[in-house]
Design a protein around this ligand. Structure first.
Ligand code: NAD
Length: 451
């Protein structure tokens, strides 16, 4: 196991110089990052295409564009976010004023997954820089081309004692986790999230865990099913279903099931054509191991659309499975691929109960025109975040903190949420010395005493 202590110590020393805390340093670093990304756009698109066969449109809209927008937002607001916030002081504290000072933690370790290998490494980094931290970035070993571009980009832009990319797999990740770091931001699977939290516990290092799980999507009998079909097909099959907030499965009301499925089929064909396996813009599965796991789900239920695969090219058609039940293989874990199982319900309470029997999801989507149904679902089901009458879009708003709850994650980020995540809130009470109220002291009977 390689030892990363020297690098971490260098970052700790650099942090102690106080440079990263200066506002102009943070702004300059964010501007540099933006310029570096713009200059390397073509390289990034190419790397994402080699690693996952991401189309130029998806590479830009779901990776590069999202990041440029996140940087723009941080540049616009960081001055305000970084200011100490004056808050109220109770009358019992007469004579004093109160402030909350956001301060950076120090050295932050960011561990990223492979599914959006650029976006999910850089989005937390923006928060780390904006809040004034140094950072170590560990991208995924499963997308080596993108990780290499990330490493080149960061080393061209920043000194290693400020930001450094460490490439490698599980062992590298574990070696980094064994060091005494000031903050850990992890995006990945639930089982690895537990390993990360266990390592963090050794030094009581604070963590953000952005994890996964089975995110449900409910299509109620009063939904606009044409819109629902289009938005679900888009959200599920983007990146071949390898999206943490993709609808994992659908709960569809029995009364509209047949009509909805017809529309869903149309929507999938409009997006990917009659032969998705030969569509050059359709993302592939990340590895042969992941492909085989997904292929094993295709035996479940009845295939309504799709089901064909190309093992040499690691492609699986957008597939919809009907006649599915909770005890089927495909319903046991997060699918994380282009396979969409359909469960049916008659009463909304059946869908709510089904979801209650499983861990709290990262996302939930609900298609209905009824505000009563919307309120019932929002009140009765705990989940990280989601959309009413849409899928995925909530994660692209810098005004909405994004994160899970329960096993789908701890903490949140995006927009100001990212700045807050990488900042400790230091509470300060500033007391007057002009007078001293003696009531707090034992055995003092007289009131206000002038000093
Ligand atoms: P993963 O947990 O296998 O890997 C994530 C990172 O952890 C990688 O950098 C990997 O090298 C490292 N890692 C793997 N095993 C490790 C171990 N034993 N010890 C220490 N580090 C280890 O996840 P993945 O397969 O890359 O990504 C898919 C999962 O991530 C899905 O569950 C998905 O839902 C989740 N995800 C969540 C979000 C979110 O924002 N909540 C975003 C994307 C993906």
């Amino acid at each position: 196991m390689e030892n990363y202590q020297t690098l971490i110590n260098q970052q700790k020393q650099f942090f102690l110089t106080g440079k990263t805390k200066e506002l102009h340093f943070r702004l300059e670093a964010l501007q540099k990052l933006r310029e570096g990304i713009r200059t390397n756009e073509e390289r990034l698109v190419k790397a994402l295409n080699t690693d996952l066969n991401k189309s130029e449109f998806e590479a830009y809209s779901t990776e590069i564009g999202v990041i440029l927008e996140e940087i723009r937002f941080a540049l616009k607001h960081v001055r305000n976010w970084a200011k100490p916030e004056k808050v109220k002081t109770p009358t019992t504290h007469f004579g004093s004023v109160s402030f909350i000072y956001p301060e950076p933690y120090g050295v932050a370790l960011i561990i990223a997954p492979w599914n959006y290998p650029f976006q999910l490494a850089i989005a937390p980094l923006i928060g780390a820089i904006a809040a004034g931290n140094c950072a170590l970035l560990k991208p995924s070993e499963l997308t080596p081309q993108t990780s290499a571009v990330l490493s080149d980009l960061i080393s061209e832009l920043f000194p290693r004692e400020f930001i450094s990319v460490v490439q490698g797999g599980v062992e590298t990740s574990q070696a980094l986790l064994s060091e005494n770091i000031d903050y850990i931001f992890f995006t990945g699977s639930v089982p690895v999230g537990k390993i990360v939290m266990e390592s963090a516990a050794k030094n009581l290092t604070p963590v953000t865990l952005e994890l996964g799980g089975k995110s449900p999507c409910i299509v109620h009998d009063d939904a606009n099913i044409k819109i629902a079909a289009k938005r679900i097909a888009w959200g599920k099959f983007m990146n071949a279903g390898q999206t943490c907030v993709a609808p994992d499965y659908l709960y569809v009301h029995q009364n509209i099931k047949t009509e909805f499925l017809k529309l869903l089929k149309q929507a999938i064909q409009e997006l990917y054509g009659e032969h998705p396996l030969t569509n050059p813009n359709y993302t592939r599965i990340v590895s042969s191991k992941h492909f085989k796991r997904l292929q094993s789900f295709l035996k479940d239920g009845e295939t309504f659309i799709g089901g064909n695969t190309n093992e040499d090219q690691l492609r699986i058609e957008p597939t919809v499975l009907t006649n599915i039940h909770w005890d089927d293989h495909v319903m046991q874990d997060e699918i994380f691929g282009p396979i969409l199982p359909i469960l049916e319900y008659h009463q909304l309470s059946e869908a709510i109960e089904g979801i209650h029997h499983h861990p709290k999801p990262l996302a939930l989507y609900l298609f209905t025109e009824s505000s009563n149904t919307q309120q019932t679902v929002l009140k009765d089901i705990s989940f990280g975040g989601g959309c009413i009458n849409d899928t995925i879009y909530h994660i692209a708003s810098p005004h909405l903190p994004f994160g899970g709850v329960g096993t789908s994650g701890i903490g949140s980020y995006h927009g100001k949420g990212s700045f807050d995540t990488f900042s400790h809130k230091k509470s300060i009470l500033k007391q007057t010395t002009k007078f001293d109220i003696p009531l707090r002291y034992p055995n003092v009977k007289d009131g206000l005493k002038k000093l």
